[in-house]
Design a protein around this ligand. Structure first.
Ligand code: FDA
Length: 302
């Protein structure tokens, strides 16, 4: 109920305007967002690297409403890869196709994506295409496959709450596509997504077991100790070395767990969002754990 309300809120233009202009909310968002400028994200990535964590940088933005905004996002990402190379950071990039103009058609979006992927490839780096709501799942999988035919420097995300994901994993892995496995952060109807956490978790473990032995380097993205334990056990059982996959977590969430996995010798990447368009991202983080709302409110009034 709270989850649904917060996710619905994340798409509300008036709420967005109000929250973005509110200094207190901006401060609260800093728990999950590195800052509004690329410099903030670079500093967070550097600090992460110094603690042994890899990073992925996400310039916040989704569903751009003009082609010009999509082109600006493309230019931003080209520049981000240059900065990462110049500053020798262990970091790649995560982006959303609706930020690169998917709402203006697949061909237009491909025109923005291809230079980014080629540039990443030329620098020995990598682009991760985040998975958005179900209206975009099919088009995201198709775009990932098209780009993967051009370059190995691109991968995408699979959500274990989607009933179709097993099939998508098969198709993407057959194409050699690197996958980040997560549970899924959007509000989806039960016809297409498992409504119960138990089923989402069960499917997560099933998909993890399909991904790890595939010979492709995948990301296991979760803060759930049960999912992490299942992954560790399975990898051990199948003698899959610790450098053949990585764990991934979000900036500001379970930093203790991030560090303990590093100490155990696992690879860990932290997802670092930055930029001014932090409202929908922030709302999804609150929706994942309604206790966060209380945490934020307590801190605001302390
Ligand atoms: P679950 O929600 O069951 O939480 C397990 C535990 O983790 C909680 O008990 C709590 O301790 C902690 N936790 C989880 N979320 C928290 C929060 N917001 N605040 C504080 N504690 C929290 N989704 C998507 O649809 N498309 C995508 O592309 C991505 N990309 C992505 C990248 C990375 C690196 C991560 C880690 C996650 C995503 N996600 C995503 C989000 C993902 O789908 C999911 O919503 C969250 O990771 C929460 O699910 P958990 O697996 O952590 O488990």
């Amino acid at each position: 109920m709270i989850r649904g309300t917060l996710i619905a809120f994340s798409q509300n233009k008036r709420a967005k305007k109000f929250v973005l202009s509110n200094g207190l909310a901006r401060r609260a968002a800093r728990r999950f967002v590195a800052g509004e400028e690329l410099d903030d994200a670079m500093a967070a990535a550097r600090a992460s690297n110094e603690s042994g964590l890899k990073a992925t940088l996400d310039f916040l933005g989704e569903n751009v409403t003009s082609r010009e905004d999509a082109v600006r996002a493309r230019e931003m990402y080209l520049g981000v890869f240059d900065r990462i190379a110049r500053e020798k950071l262990d970091a790649n990039v995560s982006l959303k196709l609706t930020q690169l103009g998917l709402d203006f058609g697949a061909e237009f979006c491909l025109e923005q994506m291809l230079p980014i992927v080629k540039h990443a490839e030329s620098l020995g780096n990598f682009v991760r295409i985040d998975m958005e709501g179900s209206a975009y799942t099919q088009r995201t999988v198709e775009m990932a496959l098209r780009l993967r035919r051009e370059s190995a420097a691109v991968g995408t995300v699979i959500q274990s709450y989607m009933r179709r994901s097993e099939e998508d994993v098969r198709t993407l892995v057959a194409a050699g596509c690197r996958i980040r496995l997560c549970k899924g952060a959007y509000l989806e109807p039960p016809e297409i997504a498992f409504p119960e956490k138990k089923d989402v978790d069960e499917n997560y473990v099933k998909l993890m077991r399909a991904l790890l032995p595939s010979g492709v380097y995948h990301g296991i993205a979760t803060h759930d100790p049960a999912m992490i334990e299942a992954t560790k056990q399975f990898a051990e059982e199948k003698k899959i070395a610790k450098d053949k996959f990585e764990f991934q977590m979000l900036y500001g969430i379970r930093p203790d767990l991030q560090k303990s996995l590093i100490r155990e010798g696992y690879r860990m990447r932290v997802y670092i969002p930055y930029g001014r368009d932090w409202f929908p991202y922030f709302m999804r983080r609150l929706a994942e754990r309604p206790a966060n709302v209380l945490f934020i409110v307590r801190n605001l009034f302390r």
